[in-house]
Design a protein around this ligand. Structure first.
Ligand SMILES: *Cc1c(COP(=O)(O)O)cnc(C)c1O
Length: 365
């Protein structure tokens, strides 16, 4: 049924974001017990949240009648100390997804252009279209970002460039040198959103914090999240790191209490649990190796991954997704990313990885 009033015309071109399917939903649909289903579809931490974070969150519940600290004093201070920046260099978002929307509010409007890569994270086009701006998509190179081509796509109308390193859904990464040259070459009048959601999985991460500390890059916004290596996707908490003037602009866009009190407590404690982060990194490296080896044996083409998931070419991705789901394994079909022959598998525990691989073999038999 059509609405009896018009909605903003930009909505005509915006699909509803399709997340990885929740375990409970698949359980209801297939009549399977939820406990028998595993989800390797949203790049979550298979080891769960840090136990320290869980304990801190329990404690925070007792004060749930109070509004959270709208400025998240303690969390910002601790993050700033860890990163070697000032609290004024930080903005917090309800997931780093929300910070992507702040960018839209701050710099995108009809007539403005946003530059992205083919196979970029789906939220960049969504945000661009939401604000009526024009999306400029640059063809990928070997599934990764073609940085020189992205630079050439910048015009006088360009207001933002969105880059993820490593990239989701491909798992590709740019070399440190190439990325550094790119960051230096983006004109200061263009906001560069460098999405580092998977940075902590890199053994040799590029470090752009010195550029922020030194105030050299007023247009650079680094995006990070507690959803991936910290295992706190359910809390919805991400952060942006940038020069104080850019942060001040984004702060005007932010809802007063966008980070709830439980999330603040959980994240604060999670930052202390370096052991959990290390364990996660090790499990992930082992899991990536496991899948790469198995895919090589099976003759399945895959994109070498620097993140906590792997993109593998299985023929009919939607069919394989459905067959795996029947076996209680949720992965991510890639049709929405124009990669219909692929599925994306998040690294799980060793047991989850084995189960996924067995399901994949059966689906392809
Ligand atoms: C998962 C992911 C994020 C993080 O999203 P949150 O909103 O923080 O959960 C951001 N960017 C990319 C590319 C991602 O894959």
């Amino acid at each position: 049924m059509s609405l009896p009033f018009p909605v903003n015309s930009v909505l005509d071109h915006i699909p509803v974001y399709q997340p990885g399917r929740p375990i409970e939903e698949v359980a209801r649909e297939l009549g399977l017990p939820a406990a028998d289903i595993i989800k390797l579809a949203s790049n979550e931490n298979p080891l769960g949240p840090s136990p320290l974070a869980v304990a801190a969150m329990r404690q925070a519940l007792a004060a749930a009648h109070l509004y959270p600290d709208g400025n998240a004093f303690h969390l910002k201070r601790k993050l700033a100390a860890k990163l070697g920046v000032e609290p004024a260099n930080l903005v917090l978002g309800n997931g780093s997804n929300e910070i992507l929307e702040f960018i839209g509010h701050a710099v995108l409007s009809p007539g403005a252009e946003a530059v992205v890569s083919q196979y970029c994270f789906a939220v960049y086009p969504l945000v661009t279209h939401l604000f009526g701006a024009t999306l400029v998509t640059v063809p990928a190179r070997d599934y990764g970002h073609d940085l020189p081509a992205l630079l050439r796509a910048i015009t006088p109308q360009t207001r933002a460039v969105f880059i993820a390193n490593p990239n989701n859904p491909t798992g590709t990464r740019a070399s440190r040198e190439e990325l550094r040259r790119f960051v230096d070459a983006v004109p200061p009048r263009v906001l560069l959103a460098l999405d580092e959601a998977y940075l902590e999985f890199l053994a040799d991460p590029p470090d752009f914090l010195p550029l922020i500390r030194g105030g050299q890059k007023p247009n650079l916004l680094l995006l990070r999240t507690f959803s991936k290596i910290y295992g706190l996707a359910g809390l919805r908490l991400g952060y942006g790191i940038a020069a104080p003037a850019l942060i001040a602009a984004l702060e005007k866009v932010r809802q007063p209490f966008n980070i709830n009190a439980v999330a603040q407590a959980g994240a604060l404690a999670a930052l202390d649990d370096t052991e959990h982060v290390q364990k996660t990194r090790r499990n992930n490296a082992d899991g990536l190796e496991f899948y790469a080896e198995a895919f090589r044996r099976m003759g399945l083409p895959f994109v070498p991954s620097a993140a906590n998931f792997i993109l593998v070419r299985v023929g009919d991705g939607q069919r394989v997704f459905c067959e795996l789901q029947q076996r209680g394994v949720i992965v991510r079909p890639m049709g929405g990313y124009q990669l219909p022959e692929f599925v994306r598998i998040s690294v799980g525990t060793p047991e989850e990885n084995r189960r996924c691989l067995e399901g994949l073999k059966a689906a392809l038999a």
